[in-house]
Design a protein around this ligand. Structure first.
Ligand code: TYD
Length: 200
């Protein structure tokens, strides 16, 4: 089972990914936690480059770097783990690229999806949890001042709209959870969504 968490910067998805992994491990499951970009030596180096707002990057180059990191992660870590029966919980995956680079950066959703399929061999999550938080509220919680936090509220709003569009389109895969509640409330809803998917 492959579960991804998505949301705008500061939506609380990293906390929720961690809480879900801990809950699954407590049930005795083998769980691999990953965060994107990252998870392999090469992808971690790409992450550092992408995270530095002082390094100017052409938008297409930025897209290719996210996809290069993902290709390495899928081929060397993610796919082998799933094939071994391990559950994978990922903090971000392909929907981030469609929302940030495809929509907010304006590179085009379909183009990004096609390139992403080439990078991943079409590997999609079984379940995606989208934490829906008002972008202004989320930005106030996002403290690291990275490449995208510094783009401001309009950019985050565009990312948020793209996510909701993806959720409407891929409603079989994506569950939208209101991320404005307490950590425990949101976690309970996440656990329910995972249990429902595991039963189906
Ligand atoms: P992340 O470390 O998840 O940041 P945060 O915890 O603040 O949400 O992701 C780093 C940034 O990279 C984040 O602003 C979203 C962005 N991103 C993309 O633009 N495209 C992508 O494909 C991915 C995976 C992340």
């Amino acid at each position: 089972m492959f579960i991804s968490f998505e949301g705008v910067d500061g939506s609380g998805k990293s906390t929720q990914a961690r809480l879900l992994s801990a809950a699954l491990k407590a049930e005795g499951r083998e769980v691999l936690e990953i965060r994107e970009p990252g998870g392999t030596p090469a992808a971690e180096q790409v992450r550092e480059l992408l995270a530095d707002p002082a390094v100017p990057l052409d938008p297409v180059a930025e897209l290719m770097l996210f996809l290069a990191a993902r290709a390495d992660l899928v081929a060397t870590v993610l796919r082998p783990a799933l094939e071994a029966g391990t559950w994978v919980v990922s903090d971000r995956y392909s929907d981030s690229t469609e929302a940030y680079q495809g929509h907010a950066r304006g590179l085009g959703s379909q183009r990004v999806r096609d390139l992403n399929d080439a990078a991943t061999g079409g590997l999609a999550p079984d379940l995606t949890v989208l934490l829906d938080v008002e972008p202004g509220q989320a930005l106030a919680r996002a403290v690291d001042g990275g490449r995208f936090e510094t783009e401001g509220e309009g950019f985050q709003r565009s990312v948020g709209e793209a996510y909701l569009e993806i959720a409407r389109r891929d409603s079989d895969r994506v569950v939208v959870i209101d991320g404005s509640g307490s950590e425990e409330e949101v976690h309970r809803q996440v656990v329910d969504a995972v249990a429902a998917r595991a039963r189906s």
